[in-house]
Ligand binder design. Structure first.
Ligand code: WTA
Length: 651
């Protein structure tokens, strides 16, 4: 198997922070021998503490843990102020807008913009430490300013991806009890304006905890202004002072919430706290992307997802790098757009999702060859398993067989990468996340016994010790936090963290992630709970029951497949098509376009056991077009499987 390994580029490795496997193993050993000492050394070296901490790790109330308790710091200071002495004129953010408009924001500019924004939030909106601020923004520099301004004054931001609907936004605002929403009138997509403010207006109808809305005027289209509630950022920011002291925050003060889907119920507010999160964001930036002082780094994610939080804003800025922020669509005006940007900005590290790679490969296979991509050193992928053909194209055509591909495995809950190659050290293998990062005790465990699986075996991807950037809680729901991530399995008395992913333990300890083991699906790298989509579909008057599963999709990774039982069936195609349209319209208002169904099949019933449990395994197999081999005799009505199969085949 190992003949598939690609060795690191030696020219690159000699200057890398971690230069070879010996250095990797030495770090792993250090963490194994003295776990707290390992983290202490990095916390002391990397973080500009306002007040030193008393204790590295407090596990006395596990799984509620405390890292660096007693210490004080501020993330905006860590990301901006501390760099001013040495690099105030370095580009912190290079913005490229949808229409090709560009803006270079230096560290000094960023300092001033964030301070003004902080003063605005405090003075005009009365935002105080601990208040929740929802950010519903396009990919524009003001979104980063808003995040950092919250961090500076100790407010807790909760970013909602701009593709979510008003109902999804309303749920998140209510759960977080947000006092303020920061949004924009809209932005541009494929050079045309699109709108966000009307979605906010809709989300705030009726009772709402929101008192004030700040609107960045980006596309200057007409929007409704609610007197006493809505204010223009462009106006208020004009007379703000560029001086604002960074609030000294406790290590374990919350930094942000980010709602993400689980296998049941509504999305949960994943809480990340201050010191541990920023430490690991910075360390992984340095190790995994190996960004150097003069490099330009581009992560194509949206700030509405964790990748945008950690690897567009917090990680790059904490280490003092230059990060690109991109408003546009990666395949517009053509599939050469990212490569044109690499050539123009001389980008050194490029980080994107397998979905994007598949689309760029399919629609622009020859595009990379048209541009000078010689500046590239490291390529990254994240969010879903990458398929070997896409990997090969990425490696050979984009990376010209000289760039490492870091297949970074992590989640909203892990804060930063947990399993990933190191570009100067780890021999890589297509579609393999390779090895745990030093300090992360990631293991593949047997779900039954809790023991480590053997070579070639598969099990559940787990982490057996707490690490600094791990989720600290589900907002407002301690029980759900414990139940969702920590089962009964313990290792050396510690509760084990379950990722929800399956993995295979390969030769040399290489880890291949196989995907979710629960009812979470991954559509174009967007994480979606089947329960959320089902709840939306059930809102249709004529729907009696529904089960949603993921189905492999050539471009999206997974598509959404819904089995729907109608209350009253009129056997005509026009009627069915009309119902499908209505259902998709409901999904659009309840969740957003990202959750629209790829397939819907109307079935007479769902396969249920006698106790009423839906057999999703069967539905998943049928959606894939597989023959059902498992025993169906425990079903309430075993004939239903054949009936559904016939309907799936006919659809
Ligand atoms: C999946 C995104 C395979 C996984 C950072 C995980 C991956 C979910 C990889 C988290 C990878 C992420 N290979 N699968 N390199 N990275 N995943 O919370 O199923 O949006 O649980 O965080 O994406 O998605 P989330």
């Amino acid at each position: 198997m190992l003949q598939e390994l690609y060795q690191p580029n030696q020219d690159f490795a000699k200057d890398a922070r971690i230069k070879n496997m010996d250095e990797y193993h030495a770090l792993v050993k250090k963490a194994t021998d003295d776990y707290e000492g390992f983290w202490k050394a990095f916390a002391d070296e990397k973080i500009d503490w306002f007040k030193p901490y008393d204790k590295v790790l407090d596990e006395s109330n596990a799984p509620f843990v405390k890292w660096f308790d007693g210490g004080k710091l501020n993330v905006a200071h860590q990301c901006i102020d501390r760099h001013l002495e040495t690099q105030k004129n370095k580009a912190a953010i290079i913005f490229e807008g949808d229409r090709g408009d560009k803006q270079v924001i230096t560290y000094l500019d960023l300092y001033e913009e964030v301070n003004k924004f902080s003063n605005l939030l405090k003075e005009d909106f009365g935002v105080q430490k601990g208040d929740r601020v929802v950010i519903y923004m396009p990919m524009i520099p003001e979104a980063a300013y808003a995040m950092l301004a919250c961090a500076r004054i100790g407010a807790i931001h909760s970013i909602v991806f701009g593709g979510f609907s008003s109902e999804a936004l309303r749920d998140r605002i209510e759960d977080a009890e947000a006092k303020v929403v920061i949004t924009a009138d809209g932005a541009y997509r494929k050079t045309k304006p699109y709108m966000l403010k009307p979605v906010v207006d809709e989300a705030l109808t009726g009772e709402t905890p929101v008192e004030k809305v700040l609107v960045v005027e980006r596309n200057h289209e007409e929007v409704t202004w609610v007197e006493g509630r809505d204010y223009s950022y462009n106006e208020l920011i004009k007379n703000k002072s560029a001086q604002c002291d960074a609030e000294p925050m406790e290590s374990e003060d919350p930094l942000f919430l980010l709602y993400t889907s689980g296998s049941t119920g509504k999305p949960k507010g994943v809480q990340h706290n201050t010191a541990g999160y920023i430490l690991w964001a910075q360390m992984t930036m340095e190790w995994v992307f190996d960004v150097k002082q003069n490099d330009t780094y581009w992560c194509t994610a949206d700030i509405g997802w964790i990748t945008g939080h950690t690897y567009i804003v917090y990680g790059p800025l904490a280490m003092g790098a230059t990060t690109i922020m991109f408003e546009g669509v990666i395949t517009f005006p053509d599939a050469g757009r990212p490569w044109k940007m690499v050539e123009e900005h001389k980008i050194n590290q490029f980080y994107t999702a397998p979905t994007a790679i598949r689309v760029l490969h399919k629609t622009g296979e020859d595009e990379p060859a048209k541009y000078d991509l010689s500046s590239l050193k490291v390529l990254g992928t994240v969010g879903e398993p990458i398929d070997p053909p896409a990997w090969k194209w990425y490696y050979e055509e984009v990376g010209q067989s000289k760039c490492a591909i870091v297949d970074t495995y992590w989640q909203t809950e892990t804060g930063g990468h947990i399993v990933s190659p190191l570009p100067g050290a780890t021999p890589i293998k297509p579609a393999c996340a390779t090895l745990p990062l030093p300090g992360i005790m990631a293991e593949i465990l047997d779900p039954e016994t809790g023991e480590k699986v053997g070579e070639g075996e598969s099990g559940y991807m787990c982490v057996t010790r707490p690490w600094p950037s791990q989720i600290r809680g589900v907002w407002g729901d301690d029980e759900r936090f414990k139940k969702s991530y920590f089962g009964d399995v313990t290792k050396e008395g510690r509760p084990v963290y379950f990722t929800g992913d399956g993995a295979i333990y390969g030769e040399n300890g290489y880890i291949t992630i196989t995907g979710r083991t629960d009812d979470v699906i991954n559509v174009s790298g967007h994480r979606m709970g089947t329960a959320e989509v089902e709840a939306a579909i059930k809102k249709h008057d004529n729907v009696a029951a529904v089960a949603v599963v993921g189905k492999p999709h050539e471009l999206k990774g997974e598509g959404i497949f819904a089995y729907i039982v109608l209350k009253s069936v009129k056997d005509d195609v026009a009627n069915e098509l009309e119902t499908m349209k209505e259902i998709n319209a409901i999904i659009k208002t309840e969740i957003g376009n990202i959750a629209l169904c790829d397939d819907m099949v109307f079935v007479p019933d769902l396969p249920k056991t006698r106790s009423g449990k839906i057999m999703r395994r069967i539905l998943r197999a049928l959606a894939k077009g597989e023959k059902i081999t498992q025993d169906t005799s425990t079903l309430e009505d075993p004939t239903i499987v054949g009936q559904i199969e016939a309907l799936v085949n006919a659809s």
